[in-house]
Design a binder for this molecule. Structure first.
Ligand SMILES: NC(=O)c1ccc[n+]([C@@H]2O[C@H](COP(=O)([O-])OP(=O)(O)OC[C@H]3O[C@@H](n4cnc5c(N)ncnc54)[C@H](OP(=O)(O)O)[C@@H]3O)[C@@H](O)[C@H]2O)c1
Length: 325
């Protein structure tokens, strides 16, 4: 008989959150009774109303409001997942406290990122602060990291065919472009998450779920072969990137400001593009479980399929109307 779990998801209107929502809705073993937790001002967003039509319950929560109300909204949840945006990570502290008060079976804090060395990525330090708090209050948890999104990898082409999905900030090849890094289609984060959060083996563990490992040179070669075009290669040296990071760091950017996100992107480039942190061997060294070993056969779509979709003009553009820097 199919089991059924109560799950609440915060951030369902976001890029990561909407992928997770899709994964939860599509899951058949277990089936999830799904609640979307949303800011009061967001409960009527079309994306949430569309989920409501698929049976998702929508509940307004204010992370900065009453702790009693927040815990009441979480009562009876087996799993609470946070996909809050990177500018509000510390707002998860009251959420974690409310999970503890409500007796939630497992909290999944917002990570869904690359595997990173300590002290390299300010954003990761904030995520680690949240994880330290979770451990401090003895809250059951699972961390899920997914590698770099396919959606942030493709260069522009002379024909302009990839312009509609291209990042508003300039794309560089880091160093010689030969550092391998793990990648996942944004649309598959939910596929992995739905499987991981019901697994007893992943309780109080970190899990690394990814679909492919490639270098930037391999990525450029793939889109060039499929398109028959040649992309311009703008290389960024380790020294130049270190200087850019130091310049932004010197500004001591506050959370959720343009420079905060600029620093995050530059530090991400360093960790996966130069240091090579975002790989399964390093994840294992850090103590992660690997999803491809836990779930042989569970595989997101290949990178080439994403490239073909982009060239057909049918791919999803992430962060529509958002410019980070
Ligand atoms: N692996 C990668 O390549 C990669 C790439 C980008 C991001 N990430 C990671 O993915 C995670 C999620 O980021 P994202 O970019 O997917 O998020 P996003 O698209 O910016 O979505 C943010 C979500 O958070 C909600 N939210 C924001 N502040 C809130 C608050 N105070 N209370 C309740 N809800 C709030 C928003 O709800 P509203 O509807 O109310 O606005 C929205 O649903 C982050 O940890 C980030 O570091 C990873």
């Amino acid at each position: 008989m199919a089991t059924s779990l109560n799950v609440a998801l915060l951030g369902a209107t976001g890029e990561t959150g909407s992928s997770i929502m899709k994964g939860l809705i599509n899951s058949t073993e277990p089936r999830y009774n799904i609640t979307a937790l949303a800011r009061p001002a967001s409960v009527d967003k079309p994306a949430l109303l569309a989920f409501k039509e698929q049976g998702v319950k929508i509940v307004a929560v204010d992370l900065d409001g009453s702790a009693i109300d927040l815990a009441a909204a979480l009562k009876g949840m087996d799993v609470v997942i946070s996909a809050i945006d990177a500018g509000h990570l510390l707002s998860q502290i009251p959420l974690a406290n409310a999970c503890k008060d409500a007796g939630v079976g497992r909290f999944v804090p917002c990570c869904f990122s690359t595997v990173t060395a300590p002290g390299v990525l300010n954003l990761q330090d904030l995520k680690d602060d949240v994880l330290d708090h979770i451990k401090h209050i003895h809250l059951p948890y699972t961390v899920i990291d997914v590698g770099w999104w396919y959606q942030s990898t493709l260069p522009r082409l002379p024909s302009g065919r990839t312009d509609y999905i291209a990042s508003p900030s300039e794309l560089f090849i880091l160093g010689d472009g030969n550092t391998p890094f793990a990648l996942t289609d944004l649309g598959d984060i939910g596929l992995y998450t739905a499987r991981i959060v019901c697994d007893k083996r992943t309780l109080n563990k970190s899990v690394f779920a990814f679909t492919e490992i490639k270098t930037q040179n391999e990525i450029y070669a793939t889109i060039e072969e499929l398109s028959g075009e040649t992309a311009t290669r703008n290389h960024l040296s380790a020294d130049k990137l270190a200087g850019m990071i130091a310049d932004v760091k010197a500004q001591k950017p506050a959370q959720n400001t343009p420079d905060f996100f600029k620093l995050a992107v530059l530090q991400y480039w360093r960790t996966w593009g130069l240091r090579g942190d975002n790989q399964p061997e390093y994840a294992t060294y850090l103590g992660y479980l690997l999803a491809d070993e836990l779930y042989p056969g569970l595989k997101g779509r290949p990178f080439t399929e994403y490239c073909k979709e982009v060239l057909e003009g049918k791919a999803h553009k992430v962060y529509e109307n958002v410019t980070f820097f």
